[in-house]
Design a protein around this ligand. Structure first.
Ligand code: UD1
Length: 362
């Protein structure tokens, strides 16, 4: 029986591997092992996703925790090398663009273990983002590059990656939404915060480029203050954002109509997202989910590695300047919201297509 190892470390990773684990569960050809690096470790950043998405506890927990970019990457590499050397898997599956993804890929490549990268080929062309470095390195050493859009294929080809390694299979996050759609639609989580359906905005913000930079952080907060004069905003706050707001003495709790809450579980977040009038976010996953749910999305970044959500979906890139955020959001609140479509192969069958490729290739 062939051995497949899958590595996860952060919130978005758990969401992406859930449908794949369902497909692999009773597969007689492969024995699957899950490694959790421990990059995210708080209950509400990690375990709640395992519980809600029915992911079995990891076979290996590396307990890495937080740290600087170099520290975290190095610690993951040291620990994962021990696990992979002992087990010699036939295939290592990595997802997304977080430090865990890149660290695991580098170790696997040097041990001659074949690597499959899910969500390959995304590029923001902004090397100031740690994720962009993680994407480029992971793709350059992966053997099977699974992409969610034709644009991602083009990016890889332009970097000289051979076409035979690229497999356009669609967006695995949409499998997770579709698998949980009934629960998402019936949860009505907004009621717990005394909100009315389609009469509030969901805000998420955690990128270092937004919250580690005082000027940009204050510029976004200025926009939130302005928008909150007209509509309630619910803000599940990431630990990084809490830490930086405290450090910079930014008093988010003073903003009227802004409801700050702990990070939400998957179904709760998707429920809030689906029932919101629109979302303001710097998250990659939320840009894609809102496109699938056809909820208008305002991305508070200067670039996105997910241009398909703009070209086809309901996303608008608004940057981080107060006036640009406010004018775009108010335009939507005044009834001129962007309507989008669902991109090709974002259909709930991506994990099945991945297994078909794996069956054929390994
Ligand atoms: C990471 C990913 C980012 C992804 C995000 C999803 C990288 C480079 N970044 O960012 O791409 O969008 O996850 O959430 O891999 N912390 C806690 N508890 C936790 C985890 C983190 O308190 O369970 C705090 C710590 O203070 C830590 C900080 O959050 O220093 C940042 O965590 P880290 O894993 O370094 O990156 P994220 O900002 O979460």
């Amino acid at each position: 029986m062939k051995k497949i190892f899958i590595i996860v470390g952060t919130r978005p990773n758990f969401i992406k591997v859930a449908p794949l684990l369902i497909q692999l569960k009773n597969n007689k050809k492969y024995k699957t092992f899950l490694i959790h690096s421990g990059q995210h470790y708080d209950y509400y950043m990690s375990k709640v996703f395992f519980d809600e998405l029915n992911i079995s506890p990891p076979d290996y927990y590396l307990n890495i925790g937080s740290g600087s970019q170099g520290y975290q990457t190095a610690e993951i590499m040291k620990s994962i090398e021990i696990v992979l050397t002992k087990n010699k898997p036939d295939l290592m599956i990595v997802v997304g663009d977080v430090n865990t993804t890149m660290a695991a890929s580098i170790v696997a490549a040097k041990l001659y273990i074949k690597i499959a990268h899910i969500e390959s080929g995304l590029r923001s062309y902004d090397k100031k983002m740690p994720e962009e470095i993680n994407r480029i390195i992971t793709d350059s050493i992966s053997n099977y590059l699974f992409t969610h859009s034709r644009g991602a294929d083009k990016n890889l080809i332009s970097e000289g990656i051979s076409k035979d390694k690229i497999f356009f299979i669609g967006n695995i996050m949409i499998d997770t939404i579709i698998n949980n759609l009934e629960k998402i639609q019936s949860r009505e989580k907004y009621r717990e915060f005394n909100l009315s359906r389609k009469d509030f905005i969901l805000l998420t913000m955690h990128r270092p480029s937004n919250v580690d930079n005082e000027e940009i952080f204050r510029s976004i907060v200025g926009a939130i203050e302005e928008v909150a004069k007209n509509i309630k905003i619910v803000f599940p706050i990431h630990p990084r954002t809490v830490k930086m707001a405290d450090k910079l003495n930014i008093k988010l709790s003073k903003i009227k109509n802004l409801k700050i809450i702990n990070p939400l579980s998957y179904i709760d977040l998707l429920s809030i997202e689906n029932d919101s009038r629109c979302v303001i976010t710097d998250s990659g996953g939320i840009q894609e989910e809102s496109t699938f749910l056809n909820v208008p999305c305002f991305t508070i970044r200067e670039n996105t590695e997910r241009p398909i959500t703009i070209d086809i979906g309901s996303n608008i890139l608004v940057g981080t300047k107060t006036k640009d955020i406010v004018s775009n959001v108010e335009n939507c609140l005044n009834g001129n919201c962007k309507q989008g479509n669902i991109p090709e192969l974002w259909d709930g069958n991506t994990s099945k297509r991945i297994i078909e490729v794996i069956n054929h290739e390994i």
